[in-house]
Design a protein around this ligand. Structure first.
Ligand code: GRF
Length: 235
C-alpha cells in the first residue's frame, strides 16, 4: 500500500537551500491512467521534465484502450506504457489487474487523465487520498460526460476545471484545485473547451504538487492546506 510519504520540510527561504531540500525528498512514482489523446498526461510529463513537479517521475502509463493516442506518446517518451483492456470485463476484475500493475510499479499517486472508466470502490480503497482526477467543469456543476458542452448549452458565464481526489462516486471527491474560465459571447463549445483545457494543464501540476507535499487535511468535503506532514481523513 502506498504511504503518505516521508517529506523533508523546506525550512529555509533561500532558493539554493530550498532546492537542496527538494532533492532530499524521496522520488514519488506517478501512475497515469488514460483512455484517449493524453494531453493532460503530456502536461504532467512536461512539468516533471521542467522541474515544476520536483522529485516525481512517471512510473507507468496504463490505458484500458489499445488505440489511445496517449499510449503512443508515452512510448515515444520512453515511458512504460501498458494496455489492460477493459472490454467485457467485470469492473472489479479489470481494476484488480490495473491495481496489480500500479503496485508492481510502486506507484504513490494515481493520476486519472481522461480515463473513461469509473473506478470500483475496491480500487479507491487501495489508494486512500492518492487518486486524482481532472474534470472540465467547476464541480459540482456538470459532472459526467461532455461537461464543457453541458456548461456551454446551459449558458453559464464562467466555467473551468476541477482537480479532485477520487472517491467512490463519479466526479465527487474533495476538490484540490479549481481554475475558472470566462465564457465569451463569441465562444462555441469547442473554443470554450480549448481554453478550459489550457487551464486543466496548469491545474493538474498544481494539484499533484499539493498532494505529493502532503500538507493538508480533509475535513468533510474540504481539503484544507496546512502545516501537517500527514494526511488526516476525517469523517
Ligand atoms: C479532459 O478534458 C479531462 O478533463 C477529462 O477528459 C479529457 C482528457 O483529455 N477528464 P486528454 O486526454 O488529457 O487530452
Amino acid at each position: 500500500m502506498p504511504g503518505t510519504g516521508n517529506l523533508t520540510k523546506t525550512l529555509c527561504s533561500s532558493p539554493r537551500r530550498s532546492i537542496a531540500l527538494h532533492y532530499n525528498r524521496p522520488v514519488k512514482n506517478l501512475g497515469i491512467l488514460l483512455s484517449g489523446r493524453g494531453s493532460n498526461f503530456v502536461a504532467i510529463a512536461d512539468s516533471i521534465a521542467a522541474g515544476r513537479i520536483p522529485n516525481a517521475r512517471i512510473a507507468v502509463v496504463i490505458s484500458n484502450r489499445a488505440d489511445a493516442p496517449g499510449l503512443e506518446t508515452a512510448r515515444h517518451r520512453g515511458l512504460d506504457a501498458l494496455v489492460i483492456p477493459s472490454k467485457d470485463k467485470p469492473r472489479e476484475e479489470h481494476d484488480r489487474e490495473v491495481v496489480a500493475a500500479l503496485l508492481e510499479n510502486k506507484v504513490d499517486l494515481v493520476c486519472l487523465a481522461g480515463y473513461m472508466r469509473l473506478l470500483s470502490p475496491w480500487f479507491v480503497q487501495q489508494f486512500p487520498a492518492k487518486i486524482l482526477n481532472i474534470h472540465p467543469s467547476l464541480l459540482p456543476a456538470f459532472p459526467g460526460l461532455e461537461a464543457q458542452q453541458q456548461a456551454f448549452a446551459y449558458g453559464v458565464k464562467v466555467s473551468g476545471c476541477t482537480v479532485h481526489l477520487v472517491d467512490e462516486e463519479l466526479d465527487h471527491g474533495a476538490i484540490v484545485v479549481q481554475k475558472t474560465v470566462a465564457v465569451r459571447d463569441s465562444d462555441d463549445e469547442h473554443t470554450l473547451a480549448a481554453r478550459i483545457l489550457e487551464q486543466e494543464h496548469a491545474a493538474y501540476t498544481e494539484a499533484i504538487n499539493i498532494v505529493l507535499e502532503g500538507k493538508f487535511e480533509i475535513a468533510g468535503r474540504r481539503m484544507v492546506k496546512g502545516q501537517r506532514l500527514e494526511v488526516r481523513l476525517q469523517k
